[in-house]
Design a protein around this ligand. Structure first.
Ligand SMILES: [Zn+2]
Ligand SMILES: [Zn+2]
Length: 458
């Protein structure tokens, strides 16, 4: 403690003693009214308070000095190997989320680097936080093998980020390495003509469900009305009168008819609940089809309402819940039209999310949780992401669009999926990267995400 602090404490004690003496003397004076007694008591409190304030300021000054001292790198005792020290407290949520990560690191990197957790909330560790000069919990401090601080971080830090940081600091502990799975040329040449390929999903255009949209640049052909509504939902232009340009195939004859004023028969696939749509130029034909194969007759307006009711929480594209990732944002349910869009919901909302994305091959569930824009858990931990990319006319590799992305329970599932999808090009990436890529986007870039012309297949 500084000289000034001692002086203040002395003054405070002396002052208090004087005040007590004076109070006793006046309190006993006859004729003093209760009001006067109270006024005097108030004065005493004020004097003591003033002394307390001076002493308090001084003590705060002391604390500030301690903090400043600790901003220079800390040191710690090590066993001759680098060390990761996490200072936290059991009840804090980010600290809780770090606990299993620290356990995993401890197990995976035994004898490579030390992992220590100190609960600074415990009475016996009261001084530890001050010793390391931490301002927030959790704080992670990276030490070299001699115990010299290399770097520190405040808040939650994921496993991949910890390993990446070690690498950046010159320590390659070799995290979980992904097998090299990539394809830069389609495995098979696509022999289909432009008319046979859906503009939106690259699937086959079926003559009984085809949709054609007239545009200034020529006709756009789509495999069905769902792909049309996906396109419609991500158009940025003024959509007034847009629907006049749309024609659909008559399910009975294959003849193209205007989309508005047509009779629609809608139903659901028994097992998945996924909707199907058939268009008819004649109501009689629709009724006949309904009698044999079920469904209900729906107007164009009602159909559109239904088709646009479920949207991607990242890019706002229309989607069927049966096809896409479920995203939980602070207890509110949303969707991700593809696995990467699902991760993007964290970037768009700035919230912590839980993503449930089915494996692209088997439909097995992959559950990803985030905190503060970082991944806290991936289940199963073997899961990987596929980043579908395509080459533009000027030779640049860009996203191949939402229909060409996916998560897989294991790299092996991704390999099998690629065998079934010979036209896909792109590369395997860790799920952590899928989120990190989205977190890097500016609000402006997020606003433009997946709008026609951005990442839609040409
Ligand atoms: Zn399509
Ligand atoms: Zn999306």
């Amino acid at each position: 403690m500084s000289q000034f602090a001692w002086l203040t404490l002395f003054a405070l004690t002396f002052g208090l003693w004087q005040v007590v003496k004076w109070t006793r003397a006046t309190w006993n004076t006859e004729g003093t009214t209760n009001m006067r007694k109270l006024a005097k008591l108030g004065l005493i409190v004020a004097i003591v308070g003033a002394f307390g304030a001076i002493a308090g300021t001084q003590l705060m000054g002391q604390a500030a000095t301690a903090e400043q001292a600790a901003t220079s790198p800390a040191t710690t005792r090590t066993d001759g190997i680098p060390k990761l020290l996490d200072l936290g407290s059991k009840p804090c949520i980010p600290c809780k989320m770090m606990a299993p990560i620290l356990e995993e690191l401890k197990k995976d990197y035994v004898d490579t680097f030390d992992v220590e957790f100190i609960d600074v909330g415990l009475r016996e560790n009261a001084k530890v936080g001050q010793q390391y000069g931490i301002k927030l919990i959790p704080t992670q401090i990276f030490f070299d093998k001699d115990g010299k601080e290399l770097w520190r971080h405040e808040g939650f830090l994921g496993k991949a980020d910890i390993l990446a940081k070690w690498k950046q600091l010159g320590y390659d502990f070799g995290g979980a390495k992904l097998p090299k799975i990539e394809r830069w040329e389609p495995a098979k040449k696509d022999e289909r003509t432009k008319e046979q390929v859906c503009y939106m999903c690259d699937g086959d255009v079926n003559a009984k469900t085809a949709v054609v949209v007239k545009t200034d640049k020529g006709d756009v052909r789509l495999c069905g009305l769902h792909c049309y509504f996906i396109m419609y939902s991500c158009l940025t232009e003024d959509k007034t009168g847009f629907e006049k340009r749309v024609s659909v195939a008559d399910y009975a004859t294959g003849k193209m008819i205007p989309a508005r004023g047509t009779t629609y028969l809608c139903g659901r696939e028994e097992k998945t609940g996924r909707p199907w749509i058939k268009a008819f130029s004649s109501r009689d034909m629709a009724t006949k089809e309904m009698q044999t194969n079920g469904g209900s007759i729906v107007s164009w307006a009602a159909l559109r309402e239904d088709e646009l009711s479920h949207r991607c929480g990242f890019c706002d594209r229309a989607c069927y819940p049966q096809d896409v990732a479920k995203v939980l944002i602070d207890g509110v349910h949303s969707y991700g039209c593809c696995a990467h869009c699902a991760m993007g919901v964290a970037a768009r909302t700035g919230k912590d999310i839980e993503v449930r994305q089915p494996d692209g091959l088997t439909g097995e569930m992959i559950v990803v949780k985030t905190l503060g824009g970082k991944i806290t858990s991936v289940e199963p931990s073997t899961a990987v992401a596929w980043y579908g990319k395509k080459k533009t006319a000027d030779g640049k590799w860009v996203s191949a669009g939402c229909f060409h992305q996916g998560f897989f329970v294991t790299p092996d599932n991704l390999r099998k999926w690629l065998v079934k999808r010979p036209f896909e090009t792109g590369t395997i990436i860790p799920i952590q990267k899928s989120l990190a890529d989205k977190m890097k986007l500016s609000p402006k870039q997020i606003d433009k995400a997946c709008k026609i012309g951005e990442c839609a297949p040409k």
